[in-house]
Design a protein around this ligand. Structure first.
Ligand SMILES: C[S@@+](CC[C@H](N)C(=O)[O-])C[C@H]1O[C@@H](n2cnc3c(N)ncnc32)[C@H](O)[C@@H]1O
Length: 263
């Protein structure tokens, strides 16, 4: 049977209305669903890091998932292993999106660690809006840890001051927020002075790739890394990804702005 144009139009309108209704219903349920997800994550406990990486990358519960496409799995595991070896008691993450690295950093941290994540909801370079996000992030904590999400602009000096009051000297700083050259430079300038001597500073997306994915991070990394640095890169031709690592007080090059110097 052939449909008339009018029929096809009506069906289109009906399915459009249905999908609008489904979206509205999903949006209403989402905050409650995320409370259940938080309760589920709270019960998860601490497991070997390789298991935790697999867990986080396959987790999909009541529609909540950690986006597994922003990291290369082998790089991510190596990074959290390096963090774990330091047993950090204070971690600051700039740029947390759906929480994949935040969840794993908590698993790598000391039992009494304070972990603060800073993220603009729906910000540039992969930002999202998730109802009840602060409650979800709090559920990443294990043992006596606290995990706090600040939904704020990392470039606002008041954010840096708040973070300073919350954690004191930072053992691990992970910068994965605004990837524009100016953005990553601003995060570096504002938060590196808070890192403890000997503390770890990590940047993500140091490998050249699509500008909309890596922004100015590769250029910034080459300028700032100096002579003594480490990199975790699975494949130099992968386009994006990769961690750049510096230790506060060891060998990084001073930027034009002296506040950007690591040592
Ligand atoms: C690449 S995503 C972070 C991915 C996350 N670290 C992970 O691996 O799962 C970058 C995040 O930075 C956030 N962002 C961008 N500019 C920001 C700013 N000025 N202040 C705080 N967050 C920002 C975006 O909203 C986005 O959520």
């Amino acid at each position: 049977m052939r449909c008339s144009c009018a029929d096809a139009g009506n069906t289109g309108v009906r399915s459009f209305r249905r999908s609008q209704w489904a979206t509205a219903a999903r949006d209403r349920v989402r905050p409650y669903a995320n409370r259940v997800v938080a309760a589920r994550l709270c019960r998860h406990g601490r497991n070997p890091l390789a298991d935790e990486v697999r867990f986080v990358r396959s987790f999909n519960w009541l529609g909540f998932h950690f986006n597994p496409f922003v990291q290369v799995e082998s790089e991510l595991l190596r990074f959290v292993e390096l963090v774990c070896a330091r047993r950090p008691r204070t971690i600051v993450e700039i740029g947390t999106a759906r929480g994949e690295t935040a969840f794993l950093l908590a698993r790598a941290a000391a039992p009494d660690a304070r972990i603060v994540c800073v993220d603009l909801p729906a910000g540039p370079f992969g930002g999202v809006r998730i109802p009840n996000r602060t409650r979800l992030w709090a559920s990443f904590a294990v043992d006596q840890q606290t995990v706090t999400l600040l939904e704020r602009d990392s470039h606002d000096p008041r954010t840096a001051e708040l973070v300073r009051q919350m954690v004191g000297p930072i053992d691990v700083l992970f910068i994965d927020g605004d990837h524009s050259y100016e953005g990553v430079a601003a995060d570096f300038r504002m938060f590196v002075p808070m890192v403890a001597d000997g503390g770890l500073i990590a940047l993500h997306d140091i490998v050249s790739g699509r500008p909309e994915a890596v922004g100015g991070v590769p250029d910034f990394w080459h300028e700032v890394r100096g002579e003594i640095f480490d990199e975790i890169v699975a494949d130099r031709n992968q386009g994006g990804y990769g961690f750049g690592l510096l230790v506060k007080g060891v060998g990084a090059r001073a930027l034009d702005n002296p506040a950007g110097a690591v040592d």
